[in-house]
Every structure is written in structure tokens, then in C-alpha cells.
Design a protein around this ligand. Structure first.
Ligand code: FAD
Ligand code: NAI
Length: 505
């Protein structure tokens, strides 16, 4: 009895302390303290974007050294790795976004957040023009501001290769509204198939979902669609569920080319068991309202009826990026994106523009991991830059004093302190950006995930249910805030208890 009493008390204390700590953390986040005002003496950093690169920079940046202005058409950060989960209702849309103001309001100095789209960057005159593209506009909706440093982190846009019908008829999987649109379209197909007296051929068409692109986005989305089908639709649409088909179309010889061969085979066999058809060496040539036109491996052309097409065929540079690069034709010649040096300075801009993330053309894959490491590296660079600038100003001040002093003692003192400042300046070195790969993870459905993890000097490739638990805990810990972590964990629990919602709003 004594043991049970002790155990009971220990549990109670843990619960009380745990909830108290949790409550304290939520309240601390909810009530940020006062901030330093804008300082006209400080340099201004303008940050374009509020995605992985920009958010990671803002998180680490010491704003006591700079004035900071963030411009982005979205006033939030989107945790893209869980976007496919939103498309099937495993996670709610609001659980994977976090307002940018939430982050900036916790910084030492006030940060100006402007919800607008940058429409022009003048690299020569160091200005940015931006426009409010939201539905509601004030009397002023476009303006131009100067910058001392520009952090260009606008990401990339969906690559359609100008294939006819893609923009008009396919759903994308890039932004939050894409996932929400896909969820509605998917349920619309299912409900329309349930309409009385629908012909068998029409039901088959409506329930054929085609995912284009066998990269991680297409694979994860196919896995999530399969889970939705198995866990929920079978229950609520028993007469239709068996007719739902998912086909993944990939132009290359295999899906997930960036993963190890072992994990590619594991994914292919899991998809086979899950009845997800994979068509490799097959290229989508056109997307029509009710079908896709495929070029098969033998080069024959086949038109396949379908209810929904999801386009996950990769990314390309934004028009704004191409416009900026066109201003520096001799330095910016890479069609994939902005060329930067080892310190992420855009070539040809004398260190006034830094570019990070998917808008750049580097040797790294366009991933959140790379963008966020670049963002925090850049924050450290700005810290070092501020130190260098302070030391240079100090050196100039001493040199000036030296020209006016006549006293021998005073001169010696000034010379000593100049030598000390110059020594410090000499030691100020910006280390180049170094990417540290933490591994690649992807969810493939059926509560299985795959992981290519760096281990010692090599890699370990692992797949299965344990990897799925690792995937979940890794993503939960990478989530932006306590709020996001709590919301996502609650969503997962809700789905476990009640299943996914099949209502169409
Ligand atoms: P983004 O995060 O795309 O941010 C760009 C920002 O710029 C946005 O805030 C946008 O609103 C803003 N912007 C756009 N135009 C303008 C403009 N004109 N002016 C001002 N601002 C502008 N990577 C991983 O490493 N692991 C994963 O598991 C993973 N999963 C993914 C799942 C999906 C479905 C997708 C689509 C991508 C995934 N990625 C993943 C890739 C990852 O999301 C990107 O590599 C990452 O978002 C790149 O960060 P970024 O800051 O360059 O761009
Ligand atoms: P991707 O570029 O990796 O894959 C797109 C695929 O579409 C390619 O394999 C390409 O061959 C195929 N394709 C292109 N045109 C086609 C056509 N007409 N017909 C058929 N197939 C066609 O794009 P994705 O998956 O969106 O990934 C973008 C970036 O985001 C990558 O760097 C990826 O690593 C990263 N990412 C990482 C994730 C993870 O680590 N879990 C999840 C999602 C994305």
C-alpha cells in the first residue's frame, strides 16, 4: 500500500508540475515584453519571404544591431513537411502555420512585418517595391523602400513545364490553400461518385486520383491519400471505397531518386501492397478536365480518365527572381536560380543582397533543412558584420583623434588602442556556410516511413513502423512553436480516436 501511495503522490506531483510548467510557457509566449524602437542610426535589413529560410533567420537574428523589415504576401510561416497530411485532414491547416508577428514580437527590437508581395528589387539603387495583393486594399497599396542589406528568401514556384492544362485542371501541393483545395476536390469526387444513377464508367473516372511526380511530395501525398481511404472512406463510403484508385506517375525510371536503392524498393513494395499503382518512365503530356494524357515507356500516348490530378512535378524560379537576376547578366547566368558565394552573398551585388533557400542555385537540394540552416548561418553573419562595422568605426575614430593630438603620451595611448582594435578587426573572419545534412525522411503511408540517415561516415537506410514513429517525433520536435506542437499532437490524437472528417466545407 505504501508503494501505491508513493506512486500516486509522485504521479500527482508530476501532473501538477508538468501542467504548471506548460501553462507558464504558453503564457510567456502569449505576453511578450516591451521592445526597443526603430533606430535611425542602425542599418536596415529587409527580408523578403516568411518561409523556412526567412523564419530561421528571424529566429536567430540579434535585432539589437539592426532595424528589420519583413515583407511577404503571407503573414505566416508554413511547416511544409506536414502539408500532405492537411490535404487528407490528418492535421488541421491552422496547426502547421505560425504567424510571423508571433516571432517578431519576441525580438529585442521592433520588427516591421508587411503583408505584401515584392514586385521589384533594384539591386543598383538598393530599393524594394512591394504591393498589397490582398482582397482589401487601403488608399496606398504599393510603395518603394530602401535597404542596406536585403535577404532574398522568396522560395520557388510550381514547375509546370508549360504542359497544357496543368494550371487550369490540376491541384498543386505547395501552399496551404493548395492542400485545402485538394481536400475539397477529393471529397467532391467521392460525393459526386455517390450521386444516384451515376454510370459505372463515370464512377471509375471520378474515383481515379492521379498524382504526378514521384519525388518526396508525390510519394508522401499518395501515402496520405491511401491512409484516408483505408482508415476512413472504407467505413463511410463502403459501396465506393473499393473503386478508389491512386496512380503515381513518374517520368524517371524510379520514384524518390534522391533516396537509397533499398528505400526505393521498400517504398515500391509498400505501394504495391497498398494498391497504389506506380507508373515510371511515364510522362504527363497534357492534363484535361476529366483525364490526363500520358506518354508511356514505349512512347505510345494513352489518355486516362480521372477525377483528380495532383501536380507535384517540382519547382522553378519565381518571375521576381528572374527579373532580379536579369539586372546582373554577367554574374547571374544559372537558369536554376540565384548564384551566391560561400557566404550566401548574391554574386554581383557587393554583399548588399543575400539569397537563401529554394530561390538559389547551389550544390544543395532545395529543402527546408538547407534553407533553415542558411537562415541561421546568415543571422550569425549579420552579428559578425555588426561587430566588424563597430570595430571599423572605432578604428576610424582613433585615427581621427591621432591626427589632432600633439601630446606624446596621449599619442602612444591612442596608437596602442588602435593596434588592439586593428588586431580584433583582423581576427574578425566570416566562416563560409557549411551544410550539415541531418538525413532524409519521408512518410509513405500505412504507418510506415523511410529514412536515409547519416551515420558515422556512411548512411543507414531504414523503413517501417519504428521509422514512422521516429518520423512523427522528428517532425513534432522540428515544429515551430509549442502552440504548433500541441495542435499537431492533438490532431493526431483526434484522428486516432474519431477518424478523419469527411465533410466538405
Ligand atoms: P519557402 O519556404 O517557400 O518560403 C518562401 C516565402 O517567400 C514564403 O513565405 C512566400 O510567401 C514568400 N514570397 C513569395 N513570393 C514573394 C514575393 N514576391 N515577395 C515577398 N515574399 C514572397 N523539405 C525538407 O527538408 N523536408 C521535408 O520534409 C519537406 N517536405 C515538403 C513537403 C511539401 C509538400 C513541400 C511543398 C515542400 C517540402 N520540403 C521539405 C521543401 C521545403 O518546403 C522547401 O525547400 C522550403 O520551403 C524552402 O524554403 P524557402 O525559405 O526557400 O522558401
Ligand atoms: P521533385 O523535383 O523532387 O520531384 C518531382 C518529380 O516529378 C521528379 O522526379 C520528376 O521526374 C517528375 N516529373 C516532372 N515532370 C513530370 C511529368 N511531366 N510527368 C511525370 N513526372 C514528372 O519535387 P518535390 O517532390 O516537390 O520536392 C521538391 C523538393 O522538396 C525536393 O528537394 C525534395 O527533396 C523536397 N521535399 C522533401 C521532402 C522530405 O524530405 N520528406 C518532402 C517533400 C519535398
Amino acid at each position: 500500500r505504501n508503494f501505491l501511495q508513493i506512486l500516486g503522490r509522485a504521479t500527482l506531483i508530476t501532473l501538477v508540475v508538468g501542467s504548471g510548467g506548460f501553462y507558464y510557457l504558453t503564457q510567456r509566449d502569449k505576453h511578450p515584453g516591451p521592445q526597443l524602437p526603430f533606430d535611425s542610426e542602425k542599418k536596415t535589413i529587409v527580408v523578403l519571404g516568411s518561409g523556412w529560410g526567412a523564419t530561421s533567420l528571424l529566429k536567430t537574428l540579434d535585432t539589437s544591431e539592426y532595424n528589420v523589415i519583413v515583407i511577404s504576401p503571407k503573414n505566416f510561416f508554413l511547416f511544409t513537411p506536414l502539408l500532405p497530411s492537411v490535404a487528407v485532414g490528418t492535421v488541421s491547416p491552422r496547426s502547421i502555420i505560425q504567424s510571423t508577428r508571433y516571432l517578431t514580437r519576441h525580438k529585442t527590437r521592433q520588427v516591421s512585418v508587411i503583408e505584401a508581395e515584392a514586385t521589384d528589387v533594384d539591386a543598383l539603387n538598393k530599393t524594394v517595391t512591394f504591393t498589397d495583393n490582398s482582397e482589401i486594399k487601403g488608399l496606398v497599396s504599393s510603395t518603394t523602400i530602401p535597404y542596406d542589406y536585403l535577404v532574398y528568401a522568396v522560395g520557388a514556384e510550381v514547375q509546370t513545364f508549360n504542359i497544357p492544362g496543368v494550371k487550369e485542371h490540376a491541384c498543386f501541393m505547395k501552399e496551404l490553400h493548395d492542400a485545402e483545395r485538394l481536400q475539397r476536390a477529393f471529397m467532391d469526387c467521392v460525393e459526386t461518385a455517390a450521386f444516384p444513377t451515376q454510370s459505372t464508367a463515370e464512377v471509375d473516372r471520378l474515383l481515379h486520383m492521379i498524382v504526378v511526380g514521384g519525388g518526396p511530395t508525390g510519394v508522401e501525398l499518395s501515402g496520405e491519400l491511401h491512409d484516408f481511404l483505408e482508415d476512413d472512406l472504407k467505413m463511410w463510403y463502403p459501396e465506393l471505397a473499393a473503386k478508389i484508385r491512386i496512380t503515381l506517375v513518374e517520368a524517371l525510371p524510379s520514384v524518390l531518386p534522391s533516396f537509397s536503392k533499398q528505400l526505393i524498393s521498400y517504398t515500391e513494395s509498400t505501394f504495391k501492397e497498398s494498391k497504389i499503382d506506380i507508373l515510371t518512365k511515364t510522362m504527363v503530356k497534357e492534363v484535361k478536365e476529366n483525364s490526363v494524357v500520358l506518354q508511356m515507356p514505349d512512347k505510345s500516348i494513352v489518355e486516362v480518365p480521372c477525377g483528380l490530378v495532383v501536380w507535384a512535378a517540382g519547382n522553378k524560379s519565381r518571375a521576381l527572381t528572374q527579373k532580379l537576376m536579369a539586372q546582373l547578366p554577367s554574374d547571374q547566368t544559372n537558369k536554376r536560380g540565384i548564384v551566391v558565394d560561400d557566404h550566401l552573398r548574391m554574386n554581383g551585388t557587393n554583399g548588399s543582397i543575400f539569397a537563401i533557400g529554394d530561390c538559389t542555385a547551389t550544390s544543395y537540394a532545395p529543402t527546408a533543412q538547407v534553407a533553415s540552416q542558411q537562415g541561421s548561418y546568415l543571422a550569425r553573419c549579420f552579428h559578425e558584420l555588426a561587430k566588424t562595422e563597430k570595430l571599423s568605426a572605432k578604428a576610424a575614430e582613433i585615427e581621427q583623434a591621432l591626427t589632432t593630438t600633439s601630446s606624446g603620451d596621449e599619442k602612444k595611448k591612442l596608437e596602442d588602442s588602435l593596434a588592439s582594435v586593428l588586431k580584433k578587426l583582423k581576427n574578425q573572419k566570416l566562416r563560409p556556410f557549411h551544410y550539415s545534412h541531418q538525413g532524409s525522411l519521408a512518410y509513405i503511408g500505412s504507418e510506415k516511413a523511410i529514412a536515409d540517415l547519416p551515420f558515422m561516415d556512411g548512411n543507414i537506410a531504414t523503413g517501417g513502423v519504428a521509422t514512422y514513429l521516429f518520423w512523427r517525433s522528428a517532425y513534432l520536435s522540428t515544429l515551430f512553436s509549442l502552440r504548433n506542437r500541441t495542435l499537431v499532437a492533438t490532431d493526431w490524437l483526434k484522428v486516432k480516436l474519431f477518424g478523419r472528417d469527411v465533410s466538405r466545407d
